[in-house]
Write a protein that binds this ligand. Sequence first.
Ligand code: ZN
Length: 428
Amino acid sequence: MSQAEVSRMKPPLVPLATLIGRELRNEKVEKPFVKFGQAALAKKGEDYFLVKPDCQRVPGNPATTFSVFAIFDGHNGISAAIFAKENLLSNVLSAIPQGISREEWLQALPRALVAGFVKTDIEFQQRGETSGTTVTFVVIDGWTVTVASVGDSRCILDTQGGVVSLLTVDHRLEENAEERERVTASGGEVGRLNVFGGNEVGPLRCWPGGLCLSRSIGDTDVGEFIVPIPHVKQVKLSNAGGRLIIASDGIWDALSSAVAAKSCRGLPADLAAKLVVKEALRSRGLKDDTTCLVVDIIPCDHPVLPPTPRKKQNVFSSLLFGKRSQNSTNKTTNKLSVVGVVEELFEEGSAMLAERLGKDFPMNTNSGIFKCAVCQVDQPPSEGLTVNSGPFFSPASKPWEGPFLCTNCRKKKDAMEGKRPSRPTVTT
Ligand SMILES: [Zn+2]
């Protein structure tokens, strides 16, 4: 790669530096409080969640504390949800270079989330089990919130002004035309269940497998076109803070984002989570596992005040959100605009690994050893497939323009793009 190419690939995230600089100048260096609550009702017992309020970027340094909250909604069993809960965080963190500044860490996070999700999926597949899971994974560092998601669990943001926005994209075949196209192009078929002499019932599913989701971790038996590559969105809240509601589809099938946010405003996080679950149950009954995490990001000088929006803006935001929901068949309309005081730092949802990992991944070429950009394993280049070599490519496909991948991860990448039979070989 030439020097010119390297410099062209610098991530377009300069505004973050400006923001952090501004924060320092305004002496707004103190971190917000993070308060959280959780509530759940089990129907099948396949929902799992993760709460880690005191992770550290630099181990042993409490000034580098960040929080992680996640929901895993399993299907066809619980093993993928449990495996993701136990391994995903460390897989993400291992993909972030050591010894970098907070600003660099936040910039590296979206790519590390992609690597961590794919690595976790590969490791789970190697166990030869067949379940799958959605993942909605939230990292909070100061006022910066980064959300990575596959599947249809959702994370919404309710800000001080009463504006409710969606930080995730629903990876449901029924509602996501772009994902239907991708799955079909990668060798899957999309259609409804046929029963009673050809009558089609239920939501759109992919075949083989019959899954309603287009992305997940696990689902080894479905097909590699169901990819673990997450939609990632990073926003920076204003110093007024905000509330996150992270929940499985048991909530979202019963409540719109606006209704869920409104139903618990003014309550502390623990009560808010209980109330959202109760509200979902009241409107729909217990039809599915229902799990809800409420996380309040609160300025230090208002330690006990959850968001209390003004009435007028409430009405406006409900209307705005309602309109957006109606258009949810088109993924682009799910895109969050910069609402009120929330600044959008990063958003990317492509299922193509090359687009997500970028070309400027550190290669550590001095030692003659290459580090795989997904699983972080060191491998001499002769053992792996390096840039522009690829026996799996079809004539129509573009050469690999991403960073170094080990043999294993390269195979995974090709499989996800439909360049080898969709049914993966399970090694146990
Ligand atoms: Zn690898």
